[in-house]
Write a protein that binds this ligand. Structure first.
Ligand SMILES: C[S@@+](CC[C@H](N)C(=O)[O-])C[C@H]1O[C@@H](n2cnc3c(N)ncnc32)[C@H](O)[C@@H]1O
Ligand SMILES: *[C@@H]1O[C@H](CO)[C@@H](O)[C@H](O)[C@H]1NC(C)=O
Length: 298
């Protein structure tokens, strides 16, 4: 009897030890995954409120809201609209192409909505769930309130609005990865990738996909300031902005595009296009994008 009780005690002690080890392991696992989740969210600049509101004013802000001065780079305003205009200008008059466009890396959707003026169907794809949520709210309501930073903690509330002349039902927004696009998207008469390629982890995957994404005879518009950064793209995946180890020659972003696209596309137009991102009432980021327009060979 006494012997049996002794065993029971050992078993009890053993299971208590196992249980507390288990609890400790479980709680440290929870803490670790929580920390990891926070870190991932902090790392993803496009998931923050700050960037959501900066993109809302970048896409939907008017002249006074973005640049409240009678001087400054006025020709840098309305960049997402000018991107869509480029697409429509080069698509117009072409026959037998699907009346479908896709805006890859659509952010908060201004170009996507602008493309609805011409195309029957426009797909807007972005990696950021918070951007896609904003797009869907704008699609459903036609407007959305947001705030911008004036200076420090001071804020001002604004409203983003889609032109009522746009048939918003033609737009379809989805969260997705440009480097791993769904295979069932079909083909498009026009593909827009505005300021996207230097933000991708594996830009090559996206560029390789374009040969099948654009319908034969269709238009591809790429804009990029070629700001390659290791923060977004590991250096061995950069398509430009480096000196080639093989040839010793400089490779620019434009060189990288030509190397990847000339197999399937003709280059039909290039130009420089400025844009302006407002950070505060007195601080703006002025950048010049390189626009290349390509036509998929039939
Ligand atoms: C510099 S912003 C440009 C946004 C918009 N096209 C414009 O011109 O204003 C880059 C956008 O690409 C999105 N993005 C980044 N990586 C992506 C990926 N792998 N697939 C799809 N979108 C991505 C970001 O969330 C962001 O909206
Ligand atoms: C810009 O929007 C503001 C509201 O934020 C409005 O008061 C102003 O009239 C608008 N300006 C222009 C030029 O449309």
């Amino acid at each position: 009897m006494a012997h049996a009780v002794g065993i029971d005690h050992r078993i009890l002690a053993g299971s208590l030890l196992a249980l507390s080890t288990g609890i400790a392991a479980y709680s440290s696992f929870k803490l670790w995954s929580l920390k990891r989740r926070c870190r991932r969210q902090q790392n993803d600049v496009y998931e923050t409120q700050k960037s959501l509101h900066e993109y809302l004013i970048f896409h939907y802000g008017n002249k006074t809201e973005i640049l409240g001065y009678d001087f400054g780079p006025q020709d840098a305003l309305d960049f997402p609209k000018r991107c869509a205009d480029m697409c429509m200008q080069y698509f117009k008059g072409k026959e037998g192409l699907p009346s479908r466009a896709v805006d890859v890396g659509c952010a908060v959707g201004r170009s996507t909505f602008e493309l609805c003026r011409l195309f029957d169907e426009v797909v807007g794809i972005d990696y950021s769930q918070s951007f896609v949520d904003a797009c869907n709210l704008l699609k459903d309501e036609g407007k959305m309130a947001y705030y911008i930073t004036t200076e420090g903690d001071l804020k001002e509330t604004l409203e983003a609005k889609v032109d009522p002349a746009v048939d918003r039902q033609r737009a379809l927004f989805m969260q997705g990865d440009a480097c791993n696009l769904p295979l069932d998207l079909g083909q498009f008469g026009c593909v827009l990738a505005a300021n996207l390629i230097d933000r991708l982890r594996t830009p090559q995957n996206f560029l390789n996909r374009l040969g099948t994404l654009v319908a034969p005879g269709g238009i591809l518009v790429i804009t990029s300031p070629y700001t390659f950064l290791e923060e977004f793209t590991p250096k061995d995946k950069w398509i430009g902005g480096y000196v080639s180890k093989k040839t010793g020659k400089e490779v620019t972003g434009f060189d990288g595009l030509k190397q990847n696209l000339l197999k399937h596309f003709d280059l039909i137009h290039t130009r420089n296009m400025p844009f302006l991102i407002r950070e505060t009432a007195r601080k703006h980021q002025w950048t010049v994008s390189h626009v290349t327009v390509w036509c998929r060979r039939s």
